[in-house]
Design a binder for this molecule. Structure first.
Ligand code: GYE
Length: 626
C-alpha cells in the first residue's frame, strides 16, 4: 500500500477522531453550560394551556427564555383548576425559584396566594390581573378598554337600527371578565337602540359557551342580533351553536386575536366571527423584565399596559402586512428628534422632572427640543403646533389639564407624529389620538394618603376635620388624587373634608389657601391633605405663623416625596408623603426611540412608587436623588 494512501488514511482518521471529540465536547459543554452557569431559576404558573391565547403566551415565554443561557424556566399548567394552581405555585417555591411569572384565571382566589409569594420573591403578573398592588410588575392589557372597544364594534356592526345583544362572560371571579363586562355595558348603556337581553357565563371555555347558547336559544326562541364573547374560544363555541341551529344572521365578537388554528385571526378570516381584538400576551416582555428585576435594575415600572388592536373582515389582511413591517424594523436604531412641551415650573417635582428629561436626552443621544408653557394651555398647544411644523419625529407633553387637546392631537396624527403623554393623562373620546402614557396612578396615590389617616386615627370613632389643598383645576393629578382619597374616606364617616381649596400645586398658593382656612376654621382643623409637597410646605409656614405646630396640632399628608418633603418629615412638621416619581426621562427617551424606529410600545407604563413616614424618611433621606 503506497505511502501517500497510508498518510491520507491516518490523516482522515485523526480528523474524524478530532471531529467526534469536538462534537462530544460541544454537547458536554452545552449541558454543562446550562448546568454550570444558571444564575436564576424562574417559575411560570399557567392557569391552563387549553386556550389558544394562553398557549401562545407560553410559546412567547419559551422563545424569549431560550435567548438567555443563564436562566432556567420551570413551567406548570393548572388545567383550569384554581386549587391545582395554588399547589403548582407551592411546588415552584419548593424548587427555590428566584422569581415567579403567573397568569391567573381566578383573581379573587389567587390574589392572597400571590401576595404571600411577593413577600419572599419578585412576582410578575402576566395577562390577567389580580386585585391590589402586591406584586412587582403587572404586564397585560386594559380589559375595561377591550369592553369599550367591543361596544364600539357592536354599534358599528348593528348600524343605526341597533338590536338585541347577548353577552357571554368569562369566569366571573376573574378581574378581566368583570372589567370587560363593565367597559362593554357602560358604553352600550349610552346607546338608545342596543339592548343587552341576556348574559351567559361560560368560564372562558368553548364547549360551555356552545352548550349554554344552544340551551338559551332552544328555550327562549328569541334570537339576538349580536353576541359578544369575552374571548375567541367562547366566540367559536357561539359560532358552533348558531351553525348547528342554522342561524347565520347573528354577528359575533370575540377577543384575544391569536393567529393560530381556531385563534381569533383565523376565525375572522374564515368569517366564523366578525371582530376580535388582538390582546398581546406580554410573554416576551415578561422574560425581559424578569432578567432586569433579578439584576436589581432600579427602573422597573409597576404596570405595563399593552395596546389592543381591533381586527375585522375590513383589516384582517393588513394584520399580516403590519406584522411583517414590525419585524422589518427590528434592530433599526435611527436618531430621533423629540419635541417636549413642558407644562410649567410650578413645583420641586416639576423641576426634577424637567431635569430628568434633559439628562436622559443627553444620555440617549436624542435631539430634544424642550419648551415651557408656564401653566398656560393655549401656550402649550402653540408649542405643539410649532413642533408639528418642524416635523419632529415624536412629540411628548405633560398636559396642564385633562380636556381640550383633540384638535392639536388630530393635527399631529394627520402629520404622522406619535404623541407621548408624560406624567398626566387626558380625557379624549378617541384614544388613538395619543400613543403612550408614562406616569403614575394618581387614584392609587390618593388612596394611600387617605389610608394613612385611617391607620393613624386613635380610634375609628374619633372625628377628624380635613382641609384639602387641591392641585391645578381639571388636571389629572388633582382630579384623580381627590377621587382616590374620597374613595377611602367613603368608608369612614368620622373623617370629614371641611373645605377644599385651590392651591394650584405651588408653595405660594398653598400657603395663601392655608391662611384662609386657618382664618375660617382655626384649631378646628385636624388634618391637611395636600395634593403635592409644595402646597404642604406652604401650609406648614402658614400654620407656624398662625401659632400652631404643624405635624402635631395639625397632621399633614402630601404627595410627591421630594427632598422638601423629606426635610419636613425629618423635622416632624410633615407626617406622611406618598411618592410620585418625576424621573420619567429614561422611559420617555426609550419610548421615543422605539417609535422612531417603527416598533410598537406599551399603551401605558405606570411607575412603581412607595410611601414614607417620618421614621422611614430619616433612613431614606440620603439615598434620594430628587
Ligand atoms: O405631583 C406636582 C406637579 O403632574 C404628577 O404636577 C405631576 C404633578 C406633581 O406640579 O408637584
Amino acid at each position: 500500500m503506497n505511502k501517500s494512501l497510508v498518510t491520507t488514511i491516518i490523516l482522515f482518521g485523526i480528523i474524524m477522531v478530532g471531529l467526534i471529540f469536538l462534537i462530544t465536547y460541544k454537547m458536554y459543554q452545552s449541558n454543562n453550560n446550562s448546568e454550570a452557569e444558571i444564575d436564576y431559576v424562574i417559575g411560570v404558573s399557567q392557569p391552563n394551556l387549553l386556550e389558544p391565547w394562553q398557549i401562545s403566551m407560553n410559546e412567547e415565554l419559551q422563545q424569549e427564555a431560550l435567548k438567555h443561557q443563564n436562566i432556567r424556566v420551570i413551567y406548570t399548567d393548572a388545567a383550569q383548576s384554581t386549587q391545582q394552581q395554588i399547589d403548582d405555585i407551592n411546588a415552584l417555591k419548593g424548587y427555590d425559584i428566584d422569581l415567579l411569572i403567573v397568569s391567573v384565571e381566578d383573581s379573587i382566589a389567587m390574589t392572597p396566594v400571590i401576595s404571600n409569594v411577593y413577600n419572599e420573591i419578585p412576582v410578575i403578573v402576566l395577562g390577567r390581573g389580580v386585585e391590589g398592588y402586591n406584586y412587582t410588575l403587572y404586564i397585560g392589557t386594559d380589559h375595561y378598554l377591550i369592553g369599550e372597544m367591543a361596544a364600539e364594534a357592536t354599534t358599528k356592526l348593528l348600524g343605526n337600527q341597533g338590536g338585541k345583544v347577548v353577552e357571554v362572560q368569562g369566569l366571573t371571579s376573574a378581574v378581566q371578565a368583570e372589567e370587560r363586562s363593565r367597559g362593554f355595558r357602560e358604553k352600550i348603556n349610552q346607546t338608545k337602540n342596543i339592548k343587552i337581553v341576556n348574559t351567559l357565563v361560560a368560564n372562558w371555555q368553548r364547549d360551555k359557551a356552545e352548550d349554554e347558547l344552544k340551551a338559551l336559544l332552544e328555550t327562549s326562541g328569541d334570537q339576538p342580533d349580536l353576541i359578544y364573547a369575552h374571548n375567541d374560544a367562547m366566540a367559536l363555541g357561539v359560532y358552533k351553536a348558531l351553525h348547528s341551529l342554522d342561524v347565520d344572521h347573528v354577528k359575533i365578537i370575540g377577543s384575544d386575536g391569536v393567529d393560530k388554528i381556531n385563534g381569533g385571526i383565523q376565525l375572522v378570516k374564515q368569517k366564523k366571527i366578525d371582530t376580535t381584538f388582538i390582546t398581546p400576551t406580554g410573554g416576551k416582555q415578561a422574560v425581559q423584565y424578569a432578567i432586569r428585576i433579578l439584576a436589581e435594575d432600579s427602573e422597573i415600572p409597576k404596570k405595563i399596559i399593552l395596546r389592543n388592536h381591533e381586527v375585522s373582515s375590513q383589516n384582517v389582511d393588513d394584520f399580516y402586512l403590519k406584522r411583517n413591517e414590525l419585524n422589518e424594523h427590528l434592530g433599526k436604531d435611527e436618531k430621533v428628534t423629540l419635541g417636549f412641551a413642558q407644562v410649567g415650573n410650578e413645583s420641586a417635582w416639576r423641576t426634577a422632572n424637567t431635569d430628568s428629561i434633559i439628562k436622559a436626552a443627553d444620555h440617549e443621544n436624542v435631539d430634544l427640543q424642550l419648551k415651557n408653557a408656564h401653566n398656560n394651555q393655549e401656550k402649550q398647544i402653540a408649542i405643539m403646533r410649532e413642533f408639528i411644523k418642524q416635523k419632529v419625529d415624536v412629540i411628548a407633553f405633560s398636559p396642564l389639564v385633562e380636556h381640550g387637546w383633540e384638535e392639536v392631537l388630530q393635527e399631529a396624527k394627520n402629520a404622522g407624529i406619535p404623541v407621548i403623554l408624560s406624567d398626566r393623562e387626558i380625557k379624549v373620546q378617541d384614544n388613538s389620538l395619543w400613543t403612550a402614557f408614562i406616569g403614575s396612578d394618581f387614584v392609587e396615590e390618593g388612596r394611600r394618603a387617605a389610608q394613612w389617616i385611617v391607620d393613624h386615627m386613635e380610634s375609628s370613632k374619633d372625628t377628624a376635620h380635613i382641609i384639602e389643598l387641591e392641585g391645578t383645576k381639571n388636571s389629572a393629578p388633582a382630579t384623580d388624587r381627590k377621587l382616590g382619597f374620597k374613595e377611602v374616606l367613603e368608608n369612614h364617616h368620622n373623617l370629614h373634608i371641611i373645605d377644599s381649596l385651590l392651591g394650584d400645586f405651588t408653595l405660594g398658593k398653598g400657603k395663601e389657601m392655608m391662611e384662609k382656612a386657618l382664618q375660617q376654621f382655626g384649631s378646628e382643623i385636624d388634618i391637611v391633605y395636600a395634593h403635592n409637597d409644595d402646597m404642604a410646605i406652604g401650609a406648614i409656614e402658614a400654620i407656624e405663623e398662625y401659632g400652631l405646630r404643624p405635624g402635631i396640632d395639625i397632621k399633614i399628608i402630601s404627595i410627591d416625596a421630594t427632598n422638601k418633603a423629606f426635610k419636613a418629615l425629618s423635622t416632624g412638621k410633615l407626617n406622611f408623603t406618598v411618592e410620585c416619581n418625576p424621573l420619567l426621562g429614561p422611559q420617555i427617551m426609550q419610548a421615543a426611540k422605539e417609535l422612531k424606529n417603527g416598533r410598537e410600545i406599551p399603551m401605558r407604563i405606570i411607575t412603581s412608587e412607595e410611601t414614607f413616614t417620618q421614621e422611614e424618611a430619616k433612613k431614606e433621606m440620603k439615598k434620594r436623588n430628587y
